[in-house]
Every structure is written in C-alpha cells, then in structure tokens.
Design a protein around this ligand. Structure first.
Ligand code: AMP
Ligand code: MG
Length: 333
C-alpha cells in the first residue's frame, strides 16, 4: 500500500498534530531560566493539556474505548496546582472552546482507564528532558486490543523524516497499522505519506546504535560492553524519546538497547513509552523484543511486567544482538 488506508487517519492525525502544537507552544514560551534549571512545571502543563485534548477527541469518536495515559489530576489539589489548572485550561481552550476547569479535569482523569481489552494509550510528551533541551521528544498514541498493539502514531516535532542529525524543520508524523505498514509525513507542513522501511544492514560492525541521552535511563556501561562484543565501529548516537524508534523504522539506525540502569535493574517499562514505537518498527520490517528475546506483552496492565528491557532492531541484527546480550550477562559492569 502506498498510502495508509484507515477511516480514522485524518481524525487521529489532527488530534496528534494539536497535541504536538501545544507542546511546541509551551516550549516556545518557556522562560530561559527554567530551561537551565530543568524546571518540570511547564512540561507538566504541556503534558496535561496534550492529554486533555486527546482524551476529548477520543471520547467523542470512541466513547466506549478505555483511555490509559501518563498524567493524573492529583497535581491540581495544591494551591500552586490551581494555577496550573488554569494554565492548562487556557491552552486547551485555544483548541476546544468549551474547555473549563471541570471539563478539562474530567478529560485528563479519563486517562486512568483500565489497560484491558481494547484501549488507547498515550504519552503526551515522551522524552521530557529532550523537550526541555529543545532536542528530540515525541507525542505517542497507540491502540491496544487484547494485549497486542494494533495501531500507533508518533508525532516528533524536532525530527526530520527519521534522519539522525536533523533537529528542527517540519517535524515528522508517523502512522502504523498492524499488518498494513508504517508511513511518515511532515508534521507541521503539507506533504504526502511515505512508506517507512528499516535498513538492510546485516553486519554488526557497521551498525548505527542509538542510546538514551540520559544516562540514568539506561545502562551506559553495558551498552559500551555490548558494542565491544558486536565490534561496532561507530560510537552510539544519543537521542531522547521514541524518536529513536522512528529513526530505526525509517532506516536511519539499526539497533537500540533499552537496558535497565544499574540503579534500577528490575525496572519495568510503561506501556505508553513503548507501544507506538514498537508497532512503527515492526510494521517497517524491524523487530522488537525484550532483552531475553520475548515479544512485548501488552496484556499486563500499565506496566510491561512480563518483560525486562527492550531490544529494537532492523530484524537482520536481532539474533546477533540477543547473543551479545547473553554474553554481557556474565559481565557486571
Ligand atoms: P529516553 O528518552 O530514552 O531517556 O527515555 C525516556 C523515558 O524514560 C521516559 O518516558 C520515562 O518514562 C523513562 N524513564 C524515566 N526515568 C527512568 C529511569 N530511571 N530508568 C529508565 N527509564 C526511565
Ligand atoms: Mg514517556
């Protein structure tokens, strides 16, 4: 199929673009000092507003579907929180005129739905550190049915068609549907959908490996060890968020290890941090498993409790990477 065929494509694309526009607007308005101090509050405002907008749209179009998202209204209970709520309402109101404090709170709270049967899962801003730094981040949405991801969308405002270097530009919007394919198009500019394909690189030595920027989010020492085992020549490329999955899906990189950090070896992944990226890579011809080679099981609730870490590849390098992971297990650093 040269173009995605889905009756909800336009609707979903519009909702994703709105959520991405809110994030971009908040980012533009962020005071310079909160960028250096890494103040989380503007990010929280953007997170909550994006979640409210998506929840509103999904509730109109799919009133029976559950919605499972990262944020809750707990923050609004404090005095400072009341001010935040008003800011969130102001952002949402630019898109949905009927927005008021009660409605916006209710839309956000719908995100506490049950991760069971058929549900939508969203991360309004994945990669908040990248967002603050003005680098990569993503808005992520996926539809899960009976433990399998059926559809996924990623909006990466600072990614240029899955290319490794580009920051800025028109951004990338990705749509993937189980059994049909993965496509991308410019996010903030007119353009047509283009099929995504993973790379054909089969020699580990030549692999381009992606890693989180934040060393606390992964195991940098073990990543280095794995690269040594695989004789990978190039150092890993550091990138925040699910944009990494978008780059693998479009053939710009070949491998991505999401390793639990040494501080939290038993940490499990949130479903909204994976679902949309996983289907994009798989439908582009790649492969995603946990670090033991098992498929990710989205039937276990909000956390992927049955899986440890994530390995993303162009498929050709997957077995080799799993072997390297086995080898690395014998090394503690
Ligand atoms: P990245 O952009 O690769 O650094 O990954 C961002 C994701 O890491 C966020 O969606 C968080 O949910 C997740 N995260 C936050 N803290 C940690 C942590 N200590 N270890 C692993 N992942 C984390
Ligand atoms: Mg996230």
């Amino acid at each position: 199929m040269t173009k995605p065929a889905d009756p909800n494509l336009e609707f979903l694309s519009q909702a994703m673009t709105q959520a991405a526009e809110i994030a971009q607007e908040v980012r533009r308005q962020m005071p310079a000092n909160s960028i250096t101090k890494a103040d989380d509050s503007p990010v929280t405002i953007a997170d909550l507003a994006g979640q409210a907008v998506m929840s509103y749209h999904l509730s109109k179009r799919f009133p029976k579907d559950e919605f499972v998202a990262e944020e809750t209204c707990a923050i609004f209970q404090s005095e400072a929180g009341k001010k935040s709520l008003q800011q969130v309402v102001d952002y949402v109101g630019k898109i949905i005129p009927e927005a008021d404090a009660d409605k916006v709170s209710a839309w956000i709270e719908r995100g506490c739905g049950e991760a069971k049967g058929r549900f939508w899962t969203m991360d309004p801003i994945d990669g908040t550190k990248g967002f603050i730094r003005g680098e990569q981040y993503a808005v992520a949405l996926a539809l899960v049915e009976d433990g399998r991801v059926k559809l996924g969308m990623l909006a990466c405002p600072n990614l240029k068609e899955g290319s490794l270097q580009a920051i800025g530009g028109e951004g990338t919007l990705i749509f993937a549907k189980r059994g049909e394919g993965a496509w991308q198009k410019p996010l903030f500019k007119k353009g047509s959908w283009k099929r995504m394909r993973v790379s054909s690189r089969a020699k580990a030595q030549e692999a381009i490996v992606l890693r989180s920027v934040e060393s606390a989010h992964t195991h940098t020492g073990r990543t280095a060890k794995l690269m040594e085992f695989l004789h990978v020549k190039q150092p890993p490329v550091l990138m925040d968020s699910l944009a990494k999955y978008a780059v693998v899906a479009s053939g710009g990189a070949d491998l991505l290890f999401r390793l639990p950090s040494s501080a939290e070896p038993d940490r499990r992944e949130w479903i909204w941090d994976q679902a949309a990226g996983v289907i994009a890579v798989e439908e582009a011809g790649g492969r995603v498993t946990d670090l033991d080679g098992k498929p990710l099981d989205f039937s276990t609730g909000r956390l992927l409790t049955a899986n440890r870490g994530v390995l993303v590849s162009n498929k050709h390098l997957h077995e080799t990477a799993l072997q390297a992971l086995m080898q690395a297990r014998g090394h503690s650093h």
